[in-house]
Design a binder for this molecule. Structure first.
Ligand code: DO4
Ligand code: MG
Length: 299
């Protein structure tokens, strides 16, 4: 069972359940966390609550492809974990050493350390949903998508759902100096979330998600990569416990769990590309790529 949001007639944001048989049922709640808390108040699981509601209603006569999907949760904050996969560690070492393939840097230390890397990625206003443009920075010549499993977390730190995230990143800015990380990671439309949230109650093993990333240029597929959350170095609960330690998080915070798919080192995204990120049992997050219109001089 998955939860989506879409624009219904009159451009009203509407919450809906998407069953594993692809049927869509409108739900009465305004947003995902309201649904989660309603289930808690009723002393039941979110899955049982949704199943009860849809048992007495009719599905829409539409498929998911007919809908104008919205970001499935307006997350006040999006955080991200880094260097949680070997592939990411190797890519960061390459960036930070000006292109040495077998280099070793402080990224090895974070990969092996007890404390994970956790950084602030985005706010609701900077985050886009399915089919919306993600933007390229105008001061970077080496930009990639980072396809990541996203955890939807309640304010008490419980993982209540799984979604797909794109942690758009500038490899040249980060590689130049690690203190530039916020600029390499955060700008307008540098984060995408969606298209659905899979209820945590319906996931037996979150280390079995298959992640695929495809990049299209003029509708020709130019990059494809796959990975599994089974390759994660860290446990998901471990990442959440560091995020929430001595911290206060907003209800419906999203935590991206790191990338294991990195395009070849020569690759950079260009204006007009299109990114698809698919995670098994969650869906396909599609975003066109646009150069930010507000140009600033870059040499
Ligand atoms: O240290 C850089 C960030 C790494 C990251 O975003 C990732 O591994 O996904
Ligand atoms: Mg990342």
């Amino acid at each position: 069972m998955r939860i989506i949001r879409f624009l219904s007639e009159g451009a009203v944001p509407t919450l809906a359940a998407l069953t594993d048989g692809s049927k869509i049922y409108v739900l009465p709640q305004q947003d995902f966390m309201e649904l989660v808390h309603h289930a808690e108040e009723q002393g039941t699981t979110t899955l049982a609550l949704v199943e009860g509601m849809i048992a007495t209603s009719n599905p829409l006569d539409r498929t998911i492809g007919d809908l104008s999907l919205l970001v499935p949760i307006v997350a006040p904050e999006v955080w991200a974990a880094g260097v949680t996969y070997e592939k990411s560690r190797d890519a960061r070492n390459y960036e930070a050493t000006g292109g040495k393939l077998d280099a070793s840097t402080f990224y090895d230390k974070v990969y092996d350390a007890e404390r994970p890397e956790i950084f602030f990625k985005s706010t609701a206003a900077r985050t886009v949903g399915p089919d919306q443009d993600v933007y390229l920075r105008t001061d970077s010549n080496w930009q990639i998508p980072e396809p990541e499993l996203g955890l939807v977390i309640s304010k008490s730190g419980k993982i209540v759902g799984y979604t797909i995230g794109n942690d758009m990143s500038c490899r040249d800015i980060e590689g130049e100096n690690p203190l530039y990380l916020p600029q390499a990671k955060m700008w307008k439309h540098s984060c995408s979330i969606g298209p659905a949230i899979r209820l945590a109650d319906t996931v037996d093993d979150p280390y079995k998600f298959q992640i695929t990333c495809r990049i299209y240029r003029n509708e020709e597929k130019i990059v494809e990569g796959t990975a599994s959350t089974g390759q994660l170095k860290r446990k998901l609960d471990e990442l959440v416990s560091y995020l929430t330690l001595n911290n206060e998080i907003f209800d419906g915070t999203v935590l991206l769990t790191g990338t294991c798919i990195v395009p070849s080192n020569e690759f950079t995204l260009l204006d007009g590309d299109r990114i698809e990120i698919e995670i098994s049992d969650i869906g396909v997050l599609n975003n066109p790529v646009k150069l930010h219109a507000n140009k600033i001089a870059v040499s």
